[in-house]
Design a protein around this ligand. Structure first.
Ligand code: HEC
Length: 181
């Protein structure tokens, strides 16, 4: 029992030394990591001991599932893609079917089910300047490019569709365009 009391007294003394004292000066810290954590800076900003985290990927590496797109978001890039970028997909019913699905979800609100530019947003005067595909001189490469970067008032749809889905939509847009002619 005596021992127990001694321990209690010792604890009280120690904790009061540690926790009381002058409040304006820094107190003794147990486990300073809990008060002052090692900061992890974004993009390689170094922490206390020069630790580097979250660095940019090594040049030339490609994230899993991503396909590099080498055309720049400029008029030159557009013209280049229009002239030379070709679909890696074969024309097939399955691709067309899924292209139609994706088109109906992401494009038809503006471009209309038929691609004539008369989607619901046009009918309700919410969006203007939507072209009829038949009036545009477009190729599979330029359609893909426009999905990636958008064009003027049209925004990019790159984040909504993966590489394969984009090409499937391209196939469907080309079909709509031919049907309109
Ligand atoms: C919010 C409305 C909107 C949506 C959604 C939209 N577009 Fe467009 N799109 C436009 C407008 C406006 C233009 C005319 C841009 C310009 O050339 O000024 C356009 C132009 C285009 C063109 C012609 C570009 C050229 O090279 O002349 C293509 C092809 C196209 N869109 C495809 C798509 C596809 C595919 C989708 C779906 C993934 C889509 N758009 C979704 C509004 C939209």
């Amino acid at each position: 029992m005596k021992k127990f009391v001694k321990i209690i007294v010792a604890l009280v003394v120690v904790s009061s030394v540690v926790s009381c004292g002058n409040k304006r000066t820094r107190q003794l810290q147990y486990m300073p990591d809990m008060y002052v954590s090692v900061p992890y800076g974004p993009n390689g900003a170094s922490g206390i001991d020069g630790r580097m985290v979250n660095q940019n990927p090594v040049a030339g590496t490609i994230a899993r599932g991503q396909v590099p797109f080498e055309y720049e978001n400029t008029n030159d890039g557009y013209n280049k893609a229009k002239a030379e970028l070709k679909s890696p997909l074969k024309a097939s019913e399955e691709n067309l079917e899924n292209g139609k699905k994706m088109y109906t979800i992401y494009c038809a609100v503006c471009h209309g089910k038929k691609g004539d530019g008369d989607g619901i947003l046009n009918q309700r005067d919410k969006f203007s300047g939507i072209p009829n595909y038949a009036d545009r001189d477009i190729t599979e490469g330029s359609i893909y490019y426009v999905i990636m970067y958008g064009r003027n008032l049209m925004g990019s749809h790159a984040s909504q569709l993966n590489n394969k889905e984009r090409w499937q939509v391209v196939q469907y847009v080309e079909k709509l365009r031919n049907d309109l002619k």
